[in-house]
Write a protein that binds this ligand. Sequence first.
Ligand code: NAD
Length: 322
Amino acid sequence: MSGKETILVIGSCGQLGTELVESLQKIYGAAQVIAADIRRSNNPVFQNGPFEILDILDQKRLTEIVAKYKPTQVYHLAALLSATAEQKPEFGWKLNMDGLFNVLNLARDGGIIKKIYWPSSIAVFGPNTIRNNTPQYGAMDPTTIYGISKNAGELYAQYYFNRWGIDVRSLRYPGLIGYKSAPGGGTTDYAVQIYHDALEGKTHECFLSEQTTLPMLYMPDALKATLDIMHTPAADIKIRTSYNLAGMSFNPTEISEAIKQIIPDFSITYNPDYRQAIADSWPAIIDDSRAREDWGWNPAYTLESMSKDMIDNLRARKSQAN
Ligand code: NAD
């Protein structure tokens, strides 16, 4: 990858951004990766390279940062996630849509940004979607404000590509699971917390019911998919809304069984809350064959190998901290 690229990561301090910034620093060099967020993070990764405070709703500030660093690529990650957006639906729509417009319009009008990454989600699907092997194209009737905003955002991304040639690339992430950074208010967050509880010897009280199967992806695979789609020649990106993407699917019982293989005393109880209805409107298993065909997507981790890696790494971090 060329050292001439400069990358701006907006919403860099979240679950995905923290790890993505680290990966981008390794590829492009830390000085070439500008991290930006509405808040600061004390994660050491942000001390390696430039950091700017940015509210993505502030178009003037975004324009200043782009003029200062001249990023050729933008990863726009700032969003209100599914569970949080249900608490503040109007603001969820505003942040998710206006933030995207600010980035798209600056790419169209500013002549600096050449490529944009903007994540979508399995939340674009709804109750009338086929739940098992959910196809790339089919019924999309999201019931959450988060899903509605991602669905509209996908169509806008495609519109800006068709109308003005803006090179936007997107993946419909399933639930992301990682050990380096905390999740930010999604319906799949339990699948991260459960490992922390297991290591602390606590019973995990699950906010979803035991048979709720959802698609998930381990963070190293999510980073690989994100970087792969951004490094694919533009002509091979055939889908300009967003690609279905998957790694594995499991329910809370299955993940707890995988944890028990490593921590036999682990226990789980169930106390579903408002997030159950969100999960019930989402697919269980995703068909990501288009990503496999178009740009070679192939996830490495299974539930078992992810569980081992999560627990090994969380244990190592815990013993370093003590
Ligand atoms: P997160 O909530 O952990 O991080 C979002 C970051 O955006 C936070 O650091 C937050 O401070 C920042 N932010 C919020 N408002 C901002 C504003 N006005 N201006 C600038 N920054 C602002 O989210 P994440 O899990 O890292 O998700 C990143 C992207 O991936 C989002 O678009 C999300 O919809 C998508 N996604 C995530 C998941 C998942 O499971 N984590 C699944 C599907 C899609």
